[in-house]
Design a protein around this ligand. Sequence first.
Ligand SMILES: [Zn+2]
Length: 87
Amino acid sequence: MNCKEVAELVSQSLDRPLTLRQRLCIRYHLWKCEWCVCYKKQLQHLKECLGQFEQGVCDGSVQPHCALSDQAKARIKKILCERDPSE
Ligand SMILES: [Zn+2]
């Protein structure tokens, strides 16, 4: 399994559970690949941020236009654009 495949599976894992085999493959790859470890952390962090952001918008504690820095917005946009729409 190469980095691209791992990255795809990791992003899929945020939306749906992976098979045991897929998870084992990812774990094995992460064990030897620092890049994918970073990618996974970033995605998980982003998902947490998005969740908190949505929650904040819903309960009114966050103003959408000022809640995220431009850098964070650009990062989210990039990740969303890179996602396969057929997922
Ligand atoms: Zn990798």
